[in-house]
Design a protein around this ligand. Sequence first.
Ligand code: NDP
Length: 267
Amino acid sequence: ENFTPVLAQLAHPNSQPNPFALDGRLALITGGGTGIGLEIARCMVTAGATVIITGRREAVLQEAVADLGASAHYLTNDVCDLASLDGLVDHIEATYGELDIVVNNAGINMKKPALEVTDEEFNRIIHTNLNSVFALTRACAKRMVARKRGVILMISSMAAYYGIDRVVAYAASKSAVEGMVKVLASEFSKDNVRVNAIAPGFIETEMSRTAMNSDPDRRDRAMRRTPMGKFGQPEDIGHAAVFLSSDAARYITGASLPVDGGNSIGF
Ligand code: NDP
């Protein structure tokens, strides 16, 4: 007989399972080799999950997995190759088990006045940040809905809500993702599949540093618009992602959580 649970209960008579833990969960994080995605992966591993990170650059992913430890694995994949995404999910489930969590984090941005943006540039951003998110979410959700269990997270942006100059395609893609969250949350809610977004403010990563460096005044303006007076760190998004993926958030669906040092209070 196994007395371990009895002994644990005797040692901690009021102990309850930790609702914030992700023990035994399997998570797929796109763009998990760098920036926000990497810290989401790290926070999820710390919370007990096994993570699969994807991206286009194998060397970056290899380095990230070496850093994250034995609970992390990588697969090289371009989310823009929509036809590959169903096979990606098949491969993950055959190799690692049933997916509990998918985090649509991979994304690109470009700063340019709207009148200078070409159709090719606009389409590339919409394809990466929106079309791929729908295709991957559909591939994961059909399995999750059948199992009546799953969590889908979108990494959106405050650019979905506010008129930030020179990000017309990016803002359009993120607003569309926010709209998709509500529809999918509604359609999947009876099947115990939750769909939420995190809307980061100014977070210090390669993407935001590139944007800040291309415009010397931008850092000052961004700081003035941030009531907490500092930029966020990628792990701030990681902690929110763990919470929304965990049972602690079991009654939250169709939401968009700003993690932005107060930008959403109003400019
Ligand atoms: P990074 O540029 O550091 O990370 C983006 C990641 O996405 C990279 O790992 C990249 O890997 C991957 N990626 C890009 N295109 C593809 C593709 N076609 N297929 C697969 N992977 C791809 O940026 P952040 O960490 O800052 O951004 C992560 C998310 O957070 C994005 O969705 C972004 O819009 C959002 N966000 C960021 C904010 C910030 O201030 N940093 C603010 C608000 C939202 P690779 O190039 O190897 O493919």
